[in-house]
Design a protein. Sequence first.
Length: 246
Amino acid sequence: MLRTIPGSLFSIFYPLDCAVCGESVDHTANGPACSNCWDDARFFTGFETLCAKCGAFLSHSEPLYETFCRRCDDASFDLARAVGAYEGAIAAAVLRLKSRPVIPARLYREIELTFDANFRGSTDIAVPVPLSRHRLRERGYNQAALIARQITKMCGIRTDETSLIRTRHTQIHRVAMDKKAREISLKNAFEVKRPRMVEGRRVLLIDDVMTSGATASHCARVLKKSGALSVNVMTLARAVLHNERA
């Protein structure tokens, strides 16, 4: 019965407050944010300057040439791109995804555009960043796997959710953590159980948000050691550090 109610009417009978501004969410397709906040969301379109390797936001100006942030020089992945900045409606959607296994329909088109612009033609298989057994039992699902399945559904590539595993529970990374702390927390945290599934393949690593890129780099390292030809990274959001907001 509830499934037959249009999203706009559903929001009238079952109102939700926008997680960003507090106003009413006007359509179920918007998930945790209202249409106005989605209109203000900063999706990456190619008309801003991002680090050519890790996708860190560098400037609102359209890029004239490849620019690198230099913080990702030693990262093991080849390319990383996000749908948009981790703020406003996008941040609200990422946070909601950690407690409810639903990707807002408002993001579908943006996910497809990001994939087509950066990874179409260079991807053989999508691999979600795994959760530890502890976190998976706690949450009941892996949000990165949900995103990978959505990409598979829209873009026609296969998802492998079992080859890359997390061997131990690690603390959640915060923006304020320094590079050394991240590296220590992730040391020997990932393993490839089925190397033949990634050997000779171009892997697209999937996660919900990238902060420093340490997790993606460690995953890429073990995937390449197992024979992956390349490892690119796609996330819903990219954390914008304070010195990247200019």
